[in-house]
Each structure stands twice: as C-alpha cells, then as structure tokens.
Design a protein around this ligand. Sequence first.
Ligand code: TYM
Length: 328
Amino acid sequence: MSKRVFSGVQPTGNIHMGNYLGALKQFVQLQRDNECVYCIVDLHAITVPKDPKELRENILNVAALYMVVGVDPAKSTIFIQSDVSGHAELAWILMCNSYTGELSRMTQFKDKSRASESAPTGLFAYPILMAADILLYDTDIVPVGSDQKQHIELTRDVAIRVNNKYGDDTFVVPEGRFLKEGARIMSLDDPTAKMSKSAENELSRISLLDDEAKIKKAIMRATTDSDGEIRYDPENKPGVSNLLTIYGALVDTPVAELERKYAGQGYGTLKKDLVEVTVQTLRPLRERYTEIRASGELERILADGAERAGSQAEIVMKRVKEKFGLGL
Ligand code: TYM
C-alpha cells in the first residue's frame, strides 16, 4: 500500500557521500510506490548564521542534486521549507508540548552548542522544527541516516503525547527508515567521526560534485590501519570498514562479498578500485547537475512543489488548530 514519505536535507553546501548513501538513495527507491515529499530545510540551516546569497545558492544546489540523483518532480513533491508557513507554525505548537529536559538530551544539540549559553535558541528547538516537518504531512516513513535516529524518536514521543491528550487522530506516528549499509558513513580522514558537511578538512568527505582529482586524493589518503588485512571490522578497523561500506553501497554488493574479492590484496588495490567506482558513479551526476542548473527549470519545480506541499499542510494545520481550540 502506498505510504506517505517525508524527508529533508539542509542547504549547507557540500552534499556528500554520506547524505547520498544514507538518505538520497532511499528517496529515489521509495518514490516508485509511495507518495513522497522531499524538502530543502532552509529554516534549519539558519540555526547557524548564513550568508543570504550563499544560502539561496545552496537551496538551488540541493534542489538540483535531488533531481540529479533521480528524484522525479513528476512523482515526488520537491519544495523549500520556508515556502510553507505551516512548518514554523506547527513547530510552535509542538514546542508547547515538549520538554526542555528531552531537548537538552539531544546529542546533536550537545555537540553543536558545547553547552554555551550563547548558543542560539533555534539550535535548541531544532528537533521540534524537524518534528513539525514530519507531522505536518501525516508522514508514515522518514528515510534518513542513523544520526537522525534520536530526532525521529523525539518526533514519535511528541506525536504520541499530543495524541494522548487531543485524540489519536491528531497525528500519524511516523517511523524512521535506515539502510543496513550506508546509514552511517564515516569521515575519510578520521573514521571514528561521521562524514559531515561542516568538517574543515575537504579531504574528510567526497562531495557529490567533486571532480576526479579531488575524489582520488581523498580516497587514496583515507586513514586505514597498519595490519594490512581487508576485513570488515568497524570496531578495530574503522577506516577499512568504512571504505568497504561505501564501496558496497555504491555498487549494491554485500560487504562480505567484497571481503572475499579482496582477500589477500593490499589497501592500495581496494582504494584504487573504489576511486574508479566513485568516479563512475559521480561523473554522470556532475554532468546532469550542470544541465539542470542551466535549464532554469528549478524555480518552476520548486514553486509547483510549494503549492502542492502547502495544500497538504493546510489540511493538517486546520485539523491541529481545531483540536487545540486555536483560531476561529
Ligand atoms: P542533514 O542535512 O545533516 O543530512 C541529510 C541526510 O543525510 C544523512 N546523513 C548521513 N547518512 C549517512 N552517513 C553520514 N555521514 C550522514 N550525514 C548525514 C542524514 O541522516 C539525513 O538523512 N535534521 C536533518 C534535516 C531534516 C529532516 C527533517 C530530515 C530537517 N527536517 C525531517 C528528515 C525529516 C539534517 O540536518 O540532515
């Protein structure tokens, strides 16, 4: 049966292999049999100060990348979060139904704020805006990487809490969807940290628009270990295991099969082959990206998406306001 799917990506530039293998790949898989809504979450992006020109550019960049990897605007709704006012509106209502205690336990907040008193309030409330994104569309499934697990749990907790108070038909309680391989891609230079858009070292990630020289440099320099054996063992061999995971996810091959293929071979061979596979995967994406950005189609697609998302959101907002006794 067709389900409602919702997910989002922050327009912060550097969309990387982790975003692709953890989330974007799922977006494409799911759109065949489900009703999918994919958002560019610009309101989330401003929890950290952003240059307005760069932000606008990055929004179009993510929209283009959605399409480049295979999200089809004829099948799925693609839109910008701030174009639908219900997100911020519902976030406020949910804020009044969540606890400062549960928000202070969010590891992402703890990492990003470093307990500073001058951390923006938006950074603290961030997971509630994310809950609003999801609940605003009566979402059944949220395809994400495993770093978002805690936020999805919070969304479920808040939805269930509100349902207990205002009636079970207030919110659909969503479920996260995480891939077995790809849900957590690690940084190439430090395989104990997740690959991230904001890491200072460019060589810590492969961005989807990287050229061949950069891909080669990042992979060939990736941190491994000194025992020389190609084996999947994330605890003791996080670097090699991460390369195997990326490889396996890119070519849709189980890691065990790759282990067999590379038994007795050196890290250099594995890395060289991974460069090849990555370049093959990303080259057509880069070409399509240039075409889409040049076509001038994006603005129309995003305006159309905002209209579709807006009418869906309106139905849920009306229901929620009625339940809470808000407005006329
Ligand atoms: P963001 O923009 O940081 O990341 C976008 C998606 O990529 C996944 N991801 C990863 N997956 C595997 N390995 C990694 N190293 C890796 N890094 C990132 C993320 O899990 C995510 O799925 N809060 C969200 C955006 C958001 C959202 C939502 C998502 C806002 N509202 C509603 C789903 C539903 C975020 O910052 O993702």
